[in-house]
Design a protein around this ligand. Structure first.
Ligand code: TGC
Ligand code: FAD
Length: 389
């Protein structure tokens, strides 16, 4: 379908700077040339895209808002959002790779790391020469990370880390993992664990029906000796990992607009070309209702993200505002993926079209970074002041 059909129904482009539009175009071009031609096969074969992280590094998609002196691009939050949107138009797995590296690995090192940690890790992470993962979720604690069991002890000249993390994006590929664990006082702190440390393993999780072009796995720590200089000195408590989630959830709010746009544009094109009962299916009211609702929901999501990005640029976005955007936009995208698949009839289940892949991916996106239910409870708490967890 023609890229010119990408919706901007409310003229939102006029609110973007020339730099925003250039960044968006360059990522869009890269997605067209690198992701689109191979993503269906990668997803069908359950393999990741070769060299993806280095490619993302080359186009400046890793840590775009990290300061230039640490290898980032020093861009604003709208730029970050637009990059995520274009990546997820290609596939949620591609946006996931960039989200984890940027918001869950580079962000905590930049916010809470020592100068030595920033110099050691950030430039390589920004270039995609090093792959990071983020370990918060455990087999017994997903929505409730404060009950985590992974812990470390102070052994004098090093820490000893024990426990396990589950559902970790890129764990089988990672060179380092930012791991959240409890100290001897039961307070949560972050440690940078490096591949090769004795007792650290990263088994892959097989047989996913979702995010098949992304590697997921475990992080297992069996008496891992972690050097003291690998503790993130700048934060203690759950607010450490949750601050990273604020950044990643914000990026997801934008990203899923890309997946929705890909489905919408494909459905518009198909509905004009496919004829049944002698007329294009797009001429029937039932199909037009779907298309009209897609465009309405995409437009609302775009406006929501743009203003959230403005707030974020001013450091005024609250975690609850970010939860609302993540919850609303992911549901919007998964609904559009499912409904648009129907517009294509039988063709909608085929790999030549993106809907099934996006719909299946979005089942993970609606679950990770806080489930749909958890974000509703965060909004409920913000409205009432009453914790319903
Ligand atoms: P609660 O008692 O409310 O708060 C504990 C402390 O944390 C602070 N806090 C936050 N700080 C910054 N940002 C936020 N969003 C924050 N939310 C809470 C809070 O102020 C408090 O600080 P302090 O100083 O008073 O101690 O915490 P709780 O235990 O009741 O749990 C709250 C809840 C449910 C909101 C939270 O735990 C939650 O969000 N659960 C969902 C878990 C989740 O999102 N996991 C994501 C794992 S990572 C992932 O999925 C990556 S997928 C990546 C990909 O491939 O793209
Ligand atoms: P649970 O917390 O067990 O929830 C099960 C159900 O119960 C959900 O519907 C939930 O909404 C509901 N529920 C839970 N508590 C309540 C309540 N109080 N009230 C009402 N309903 C409730 N984690 C990481 O740390 N790093 C990663 O890189 C990462 N990548 C991921 C990649 C993929 C592909 C997936 C699927 C997950 C990933 N996750 C990662 C984990 C993800 O964040 C968790 O799956 C998510 O937080 C939910 O936890 P859970 O799966 O244990 O579900």
């Amino acid at each position: 379908y023609p890229l010119t059909s990408i919706p901007d129904y409310y003229g939102i482009d006029a609110l973007l700077t020339e730099e925003h539009k250039l960044i968006r175009q360059s990522v869009r071009d890269w997605v067209e040339s690198y992701v689109m031609p191979q993503i269906d096969q990668a997803a069908q074969n359950h393999t990741d895209l070769p060299g993806l992280m280095r490619e993302l590094g080359k186009i400046g998609a890793l840590g775009p808002y990290i300061p230039v002196e640490y290898g980032g691009s020093g861009l604003d939050q709208i730029s970050y959002g637009l990059i995520m949107q274009e990546l997820e138009r290609g596939d949620s797995a591609v946006r996931s790779a960039a989200s984890v590296q940027s918001s869950l690995v580079m962000f905590p090192i930049n916010e809470f790391g020592s100068e030595e940690q920033k110099m050691k890790y950030l430039p390589k992470l920004a270039a995609g020469e090093m792959i990071g993962s983020f370990g918060l979720t455990e087999p017994n604690h997903g929505s409730d990370p404060s009950s985590m069991e992974t812990y470390f002890k102070d052994m004098g000249d090093h820490y000893l880390l024990n426990g396990a993390k589950m559902w970790i994006t890129n764990s089988p590929l990672c060179d380092i993992a930012v791991v959240w664990a409890k100290n001897e006082e039961g307070k949560i702190q972050g440690l940078i664990v490096e591949r090769g440390m004795e007792g650290f393993t990263t088994p892959e999780t097989h047989n996913k029906w979702s995010l098949r072009a992304s590697k997921t796995g475990e992080l297992v720590f069996n008496d891992v000796k972690v050097p003291k200089e690998n503790l993130l000195p700048g934060v203690t408590g759950l607010k450490g990992p949750l601050s990273c989630l604020n950044s990643a959830r914000y990026g997801i709010s934008w990203g899923v607009i890309g997946a929705a746009i890909d489905c919408h544009c494909t459905a518009v094109q198909y509905s004009k070309e496919r004829k049944q009962f002698g007329k294009p299916i797009g001429s029937y009211q039932l199909q037009q209702k779907k298309l009209a609702e897609f465009l309405t929901e995409i437009t609302k999501a775009q406006l929501l993200c743009l203003q959230l990005g403005n707030l974020k640029n001013e450091h005024k976005a609250t975690p609850a505002q970010i939860s609302m955007a993540k919850r609303n936009n992911v549901k919007m995208a998964i609904d559009i993926a499912r409904e648009s698949r129907q517009i294509l009839g039988g063709m909608g289940i085929m790999g030549e079209f993106p809907m099934m892949r996006h719909a299946a991916n979005l089942e993970s996106v609606i679950t990770y970074e806080g489930t749909h239910d958890v974000h509703l409870l965060i909004t409920g708490l913000d409205i009432t002041g009453i914790n319903a967890f």
